[in-house]
Each structure stands twice: as C-alpha cells, then as structure tokens.
Design a protein around this ligand. Sequence first.
Ligand code: ADP
Ligand code: MG
Length: 322
Amino acid sequence: MTQEKQPITTNSAVPFPSTAVAAEAARDDAGIAKEDTAWTDRPEPAAGLAPITVAAPTPEPQDTAEGAPGRAPKMRADSISVFYGEKQALKDVSIQIHEDRVTAFIGPSGCGKSTFLRCFNRMNDTISGARVTGRIELDGEDINSAQMDVVHLRARVGMVFQKPNPFPKSIFENVAYGPRIHGLADKKADLEGIVEKSLKRAGLWDEVKDRLAESGTALSGGQQQRLCIARAIAVDPEVILMDEPASALDPIATAKIEELIHELRGRYAIAIVTHNMQQAARVSQRTAFFHLGELIEYGRTSDIFTNPREERTQDYITGRYG
Ligand SMILES: Nc1ncnc2c1ncn2[C@@H]1O[C@H](COP(=O)(O)OP(=O)(O)O)[C@@H](O)[C@H]1O
Ligand SMILES: [Mg+2]
C-alpha cells in the first residue's frame, strides 16, 4: 500500500503543531514496529474520500477489539453494556487502551461516548438507575470486584470533565487536596513539591505560581481546565479520562489543552471523548467510532479518518450525520 505523506488539513482556526504530530506518529510507529509482527492491509481508500488527512505513518498491524498483537493493555473493556433503567445506552462494547497512546472516542451526540468513558473508573456507579454489565480490567484486575477500592481506583484512573469544575478553594488546595487525602505527602514541603510538579506538568505553573492562594474559580476557563488536569495528575494516576475537555473553551485555550495532551502522552494512558473530529485527528493515535450505543470501528486514527472499513464510519467522517 502506498500512501503519500500529506499535510494535515483542518478547517478550524486552532493553531496546529503539525510537526509535533508527525514526530508523535513516527514515535508511535517506531514503538509498534518493534513489537508487532503481523500486518493487515486495508483496502485502498474510496475515491474522493479524504475529508481529514493525517500524516501517513508506516504500516503497522491494526488494533482489533482484542487489542494490539503482543502488548498487554493498560485497560481492557470486555462486552460492556450499560442500561439506564430499561433503556440500553451501550451495547456489548469491547476495547483495549494502551499506556503509550491517546485513544479518542468519537461519534454523534447521544451515542454513548460519555457513558462508556465513565465505565473505566466506575463513575456510572454514581448515577442512580445506571447498570453496567461486562468486565473492565486495569492491569488485568477486575475494577468491579469487591476487593477494588473505588476511591483508590478513581485516583489511578482520573477524570477531567467537559465543564471545568475546580473546587471553590485556593489554586494550591485544588491540587493538594487529593495527595493529602490519599496520604501521598507527610510533610508540607512534600505537598508543595507535588503541587508545583503537577501544575508544571499541566502547563499552568508559570501563570499561577505567584497567586497560589487565590481561588481556583477566579481563573479563566482554559486555566481552570488545566487546574483540573493538574488536580488529576497530583494523585499520580495511570490513566486519565477526558470527556470533551476543550468543548467549553475558546480556540486558544483549546490549542493549549491539545498541546498538553501531546506532552502527557507516554506518561499516562489517555482516553478522550470528543465530538470534534479534527481534534481526534490531532491528538489521538487510536480512534473508536460509536453509533447508537455500538462500537462500529476501532483502529489507528489515520486509518479511521482516511480509510475506514465501515460505511457508517465513512458517513460520519464525511459529515453525513452527527
Ligand atoms: N443519567 C442518565 N440517565 C438516563 N439516560 C442517560 C443518562 N446519561 C445518558 N443517558 C442516555 O444514554 C445515551 C448515551 O448518552 P451519552 O453517553 O451521554 O452520549 P454521548 O456522550 O455520546 O453524547 C443517550 O441516549 C442519553 O440520553
Ligand atoms: Mg458526552
């Protein structure tokens, strides 16, 4: 299969670090090529189908619902169904997410993306009437077992929501709260160190280091969202779930969140829900497309956007619905 390397084209006004993305794609391929042996060719793209182009990577095996060959997943969802009362919102979804990749969940509004994301740290437990069947593993361990401490689980699998939701406390306390309740820092200096490191990693330190005592809610929307990311990072998570983390933000703040996701990749497994296909193409290496509660297709982001297997995926990425 020959594919030309094409520049990424987007309709959005968001500044776009295309060289960074190309480098990420190369890094992704390098890592995979060493580990995987099989390679499944895809058919050539249908004529005229290239609404979103991403840097063409070298061939690698396609992830399937069963995962990537030869690699242990960070998290594995197996035959997940979710019901709200009588209504089934998610139908028998299986997927694996890996620690060195960003996985995007896309699909039209109401298709079950948020419902599915919440399964990974049992946030559906907090919704009355919600019932989850199937199995979810974190490092091979059943997260729904009686032995699993759900507070600890949510520290290991952190979450960032669509609307920034800082506590009505100081910037410092927003980040220090989690490490303190999880007993991660005995001494004041240790706690200060964690706060600084987390704010630096979230790309917010320089903007707030002289105003740590001010309220987190006084920050701009984009800063608040980075504060929420710092808060998730502070408890040393292994996985970060993001549910449309930039959809309430302006284009500049959105670009900062996207850059941050690039920087965090490799350190944490990241799963991001987005209804913005350009964003999925920019930030992720794997994309899962959902429609009406079903997982329609899961694969390399470049394949999903340039050479999908399923007609429903093609219809969605070409804007036929959604
Ligand atoms: N708390 C809830 N109670 C009842 N139905 C819900 C609830 N949350 C979501 N749903 C329904 O489940 C389906 C999937 O919703 P959701 O996961 O929020 O989709 P998405 O995030 O893809 O927009 C929708 O039909 C929605 O109305
Ligand atoms: Mg949603």
